[in-house]
Write a protein that binds this ligand. Structure first.
Ligand code: 13P
Length: 259
């Protein structure tokens, strides 16, 4: 089975709704049909931008997809400051990022929390991007594969084989996020391959073959081709470089550097 690569731009808390419109317009101007034939392109703006991004994408019938950077566990209620998966679906989101290391660290989000959010995302037909990855200490200890796979297993708790087929996994080593220190392709492949083996054991070969596994952590246009050449790396979750439209477009076009 061929997995269509996904290039996802996680804007984090960058670009207000006016900047978001200008940014998406620049992406739309640069990206051509051939790019969208080769890769799926998605942006993850702050919540306050999503309505503006939706309006632009709908009006101009753009092929860029979009999603939220997080969602709540429940559909609605007394949860000040939270945004439900139901609301994201209503705004035309295709995806939602769950369990990003910044949320795990800064918002004390546990893998059990991620598993609950995942159920809500699936219920509302969002494609979840479940993030996992080890800290520098764990990497140095040599236990990075076991720790990351265990984190993934907990984050996926209670998910059926049927639903797992629509989940996307992102391997984002914490030591590579925002540090400029990108994992070398072989490191990314080691982990993404181990994740796929785990998925095969847990959900069967057909599901493991279908699930897209992204790499994230200091991906730039110069490093994307090497990472994307790895057989188990099916895309990139791009932070800092997704804020620069030219750089993000160049990452989406990594294939041109592979020929
Ligand atoms: P950077 O690309 O800025 O390292 O961020 C990666 C990331 O956290 C994407 O979700």
């Amino acid at each position: 089975m061929t997995r269509k690569p996904l290039i996802a731009g996680n804007w984090k808390m960058n670009l207000n709704h006016l900047e978001a419109i200008a940014h998406v317009q620049r992406l739309a101007f640069s990206l051509k049909d051939a790019d969208f034939d080769a890769v799926e392109v998605a942006v993850f703006p702050p919540f306050t931008d999503i309505r503006s991004v939706q309006t632009l994408i709908d009006a101009d019938k753009l092929k860029i997809r979009y999603g939220g950077q997080d969602c709540a566990e429940t559909d609605s209620g007394a949860y000040t400051g939270q945004i439900s998966a139901a609301f994201l679906t209503k705004l035309g989101c295709s995806f939602v990022i769950l369990g990003h290391s910044e949320r795990r660290l800064l918002n004390n989000e546990s893998s059990a929390d991620v598993a609950l959010k995942l159920k809500s995302a699936i219920k509302h037909k969002l494609l979840p991007i479940v993030c996992v990855g080890e800290s520098l200490d764990i990497r140095k200890s040599g236990n990075h594969v076991a720790v990351t796979v265990a984190q993934l297993k907990e984050s996926l708790a209670g998910i059926t084989k049927y639903d797992m087929g629509n989940v996307i996994v992102a391997y984002e080593p914490v030591w590579a996020i925002g540090t400029g220190e990108v994992a070398i392709p072989e490191d990314a492949e080691e982990m993404c391959g181990a994740i796929r083996n785990f998925l095969a054991d847990e959900y069967g070969d057909a599901v493991a073959d279908k699930v897209r596994i992204l790499y994230g952590g200091s991906v730039k246009s110069g490093t994307a081709p090497g990472l994307m050449a790895m057989p188990n790396v099916d895309g990139a979750l791009v932070g800092g470089a997704s804020i620069d439209p030219d750089e993000f477009v160049a990452i989406c076009r990594y294939r041109l550097a592979l020929v």
